[in-house]
Design a protein around this ligand. Sequence first.
Ligand SMILES: O=C1CCCN[C@@H]1CCCn1cnc2ccccc2c1=O
Length: 497
Amino acid sequence: TLAITVKKSDFSEWYQQVIRKAELIEYYDVSGCYILRPWAYFIWEQIQRYFDDLIKTEEVENTYFPMFLSAKHLNKEKEHVEGFKAEVAWVTKYGESDLNEPLAIRPTSETIMYPAFAKWIQSHRDLPLKVNQWTNIVRWEFKFPTPFIRTREFLWQEGHTAHSTREEAVKQVYTILDFYEQVYGELLAVPVIKGIKTESEKFAGGDFTTTVETIIPQNGRGLQGATSHHLGQNFSKMFEINFEDDKKQKAFAWQTSWGLTTRSIGAMIMFHGDDKGLVLPPRVAKYQIVIIPIIHKDLEEKQLNERCEQIRQILVKEKLRVHLDSRDNYSPGWKFNKWEQKGVPIRLEIGPGEFKNNEVRVVQRFDNKKYQIKMEELNQLSQILDNIHNAMLEKARTELNQRIKQADNWKEFMTQLNQRNTILTRWCERQECEKQVKTKSGIESKEKDSEIDGQVQLTGSAKTLCMPLKQDQVKEGELCFNCGQEAKKYVLWGRSY
Ligand SMILES: O=C1CCCN[C@@H]1CCCn1cnc2ccccc2c1=O
């Protein structure tokens, strides 16, 4: 059926229907893999363009590295691969023949790139080295898949840099984190919290991990939006990436790596969608404006189409992405519904009244506001689209903030968790304590682990999302909410994807 048959509150069913009826996703017969249709791929292209322009200001150069790696290469860094090796996909044959050694398909590219870095870096003059690649990645997840959010193949960018000093590398980590915050806020109108992962949640191969986290309002679940790691000298020691510093001393390079994936599109869909379907932030909408002629017996069809084409031309000149839907095999009502489902930010209706008064009727998708504007005011639509972006971001920020509560003890913590909130608490920073909270919250969680065909999709237990960069100072003598030992930091807990 054409209409979406559930409300957004029936969240996972709503999401499945929206991604199909907005023509974003087509299903595919390999589990965990999905087809990105043009309406979705356009969003990824906008993300690529925006982020690529940002990293070019940091003199990051795009490259392409092979997708295959030998077991030898992959296991070079035993420690960091240890926790992930179950997800690595392998090629073992070609045609009828066996490969004499299986080749892994890239799950990430550290061990593919860093032997080359060792060749390219001899002197401090070869630093900083800054490369990025836009590729697909394969990780054979066993958790139940969700299009965009958790898939076995996804698109991403991975950036990798090498520096002569720790300070420069650390600065790079935070510059990229700010870029990720901009991608979410400025492009997708999705608010994020910048923070640092705890020792248990960080990338084990690195020194520390920074992250942009968002919170999906409907279920209060944390979602990691992108990540920027300071790798320290862990990988440079392993891959012999060293250089002669200006005192002719041999030194190991200081490295960073950072990634943003097509999961960002899923976050945007979840944040802004409503009961009628997708709601696109204007800056990533393939069509920002759709023009719908309303044919009427008192109105010469040819004249109406000429007027609509004239409007389209004016908007093209305004550099807006506009589409005139003059199909004569669908009714205006059908078109309204379809373009609402696909989330087009603005619809312009032109019927006999508008034609006579030299006006257009504007219908805003995000807040359903309707009003008339004159033909000569069409140049206001660019600003109107910016206003829509800002209003969507502010509304999303309010919803996100409503999902963050404070708790000073276990009882308050579980109350908030069971109300599907994330919880900011004082914490001792002990891994033991964090582990205990995960276990206890799982046992006491009202929301039991949700399973589909015996695969745990979403667990009921809480984990740390991040230690927000912006946080109050923990005062002398203040205690951890869980174990009562001396608190060091505030940390945000929540159920997550
Ligand atoms: O996050 C990023 C950002 C982009 C570059 N890579 C880092 C770290 C990736 C961590 N990771 C994540 N899943 C994996 C899965 C299989 C093998 C290895 C890995 C693995 O190393």
